[in-house]
Ligand binder design. Structure first.
Ligand code: SF4
Length: 447
């Protein structure tokens, strides 16, 4: 069905919160809308449909989304034909859809994470019936292949390899809103990667809540096999993946990364905390020692691998001693980057009911110390780049800086001059270093 009636073109605007998984799912929503004849606009006031793809990992993300939805009440009053749809992790939480509809009765469609692939049908139903639609299935369905995608991240193509998570870390809402882990068939993944590479994409990022457990439900394929199969595709491209659970990282996976020249030499391995006591309370299934063993394994096969991480401070009962363990682990590993967070209780998770919730002021002091430490490490690592020539995949142009930008195999961001560079491999000589990013001169461009 096409909604392009005569000369009137219908427009859509998608507002995305949260992680890369959500950004990629917004590419699917955009693909479905384009298939229905809608075209993209960034101006909410001109849109015929506004879709919120929400996140519930932290309370802040939820508050922000609700604030932005509430702000549309006025627009809805002046444009009666405007359709407002809200989906994603926030709406999948138990009882949340009803709460949302009560709070914002002007919402037209509410859809859960398990209903995203059916968004086109929900929208058609809405436009035909004019009824309010709430579609939040409790259980995950089968994986649906072939959903159209309107990609927004050239030269990087995101490719889902699995959905959901089986781990139930005690602070995390994901298993409750994304369901159990389901792996896509390797043939489907390899085909999607090949199509992307054939159409000029230069970087593939395989996505899953825990890519390391990929294939457990299929039985005859592992993540190491998948790395090997995707790396064998003809073409000049880089392979990345995220996110990796340390407990499932195997020697075979590390060998697969080490042996494949196309696989980027960087890995995101969230540690969350440096104290074994806290890790146990988090239900992470590894100790501090286990994590350090995985780091040693990575460095045995890939000595220069860049390791980034996620660290949470202020988990219930975290003492000064526990926090010191986190600080000493950061000093020992010397991460190439760290996403640091203050623990945020999520209703419905075991950690939210734990005694010993930490005072916000204490968490803030701890996170500042951690950020200072990590920034210092990054500054030192950046200095080592000075005068070196590195290969960067150019990803975009920063209007404010007036420079191109991209990352090397280790994931380090650099800014540089040039012309028509997006989607090309560029050799850049680093002339200045800041915090985590680098500044350089273009030396040559790969044909
Ligand atoms: S591994 Fe843990 S933190 Fe990651 S998505 Fe699964 S439950 Fe959440």
């Amino acid at each position: 069905m096409i909604f392009n009636m005569g000369n009137i073109t219908k427009t859509y605007c998608i507002i995305t919160y949260g992680c890369q998984m959500n950004l990629h799912e917004s590419e699917k929503l955009a693909g479905m809308l384009q298939n229905l004849g809608y075209v993209k606009t960034d101006n909410e006031e001109q849109a015929d449909i506004i879709v919120f793809n929400t996140c519930c990992i932290r309370e802040n993300a939820e508050k922000k989304a609700e604030g932005n939805i509430g702000a549309l009440k006025k627009l809805k009053r002046t444009n009666k034909n405007l359709i407002i749809a809200v989906g994603g992790c926030m709406t999948q939480q138990q009882g949340y859809a009803d709460k949302l509809v009560k709070k914002f009765p002007f919402i037209d469609i509410v859809f859960g994470t398990h209903n995203l692939e059916n968004f086109a049908e929900l929208l058609t139903e809405k436009t035909e019936s004019k009824k309010h639609i709430v579609a939040v299935s409790e259980k995950e369905g089968k994986i649906i292949e072939g959903t159209p995608k309107m990609r927004s991240s050239f030269p990087n193509g995101w490719v889902n390899i699995s959905y959901g998570c089986n781990n139930f870390c005690t602070y995390c809402i994901v298993p409750f809103v994304r369901g159990r882990e389901r792996s896509r068939l390797p043939e489907e993944i390899v085909k999607e990667c090949k199509d992307l590479i054939d159409s000029g994409y230069k970087e593939i990022t395989l996505l899953g809540q825990n890519v390391n457990s990929y294939g457990h439900d299929l039985g005859n394929v592992s993540f190491a096999d998948l790395i090997r199969r995707v790396s064998e595709i003809d073409g000049d491209f880089r392979l990345r993946f995220m996110t990796n659970h340390p407990k499932d990282l195997t020697e075979d996976m590390v060998k697969a990364i080490a042996e494949s020249p196309k696989t980027a030499k960087s890995i995101h391995l969230p540690v969350q905390a440096g104290s074994s006591r806290i890790l146990q309370l988090m239900n992470r299934h590894y100790t501090r020692g286990d994590y350090l063993d995985k780091i040693a394994l990575l460095r045995k096969y890939i000595p220069d691998i860049a390791i980034t991480t996620d660290i949470m401070v202020g988990f219930p009962t975290e003492t000064d001693e526990d926090f010191k363990d986190t600080i000493s682990l950061v000093k020992e590993v010397r991460f190439a980057g760290a996403f640091t967070f203050i623990y945020s209780p999520r209703s419905g998770t075991p950690a939210a009911k734990m005694d010993g919730q930490i005072d916000e002021a204490v968490s803030k002091t701890r996170i500042m110390e951690l950020i200072d430490l990590q920034n210092g490490i990054n500054r030192e690592q950046s200095k080592a780049y000075l005068g070196k020539e590195i290969e960067i995949l150019c990803e975009g142009f920063d209007e404010k800086k007036g420079k191109y930008l991209g990352r090397d195999t280790y994931g380090r961001m650099a800014y540089f001059n040039g012309k028509n560079l997006i989607g090309r491999f560029v050799n850049v000589k680093i002339t200045r270093t800041g915090g985590i990013s680098l500044l350089g001169e273009t030396v040559s461009v790969k044909e």
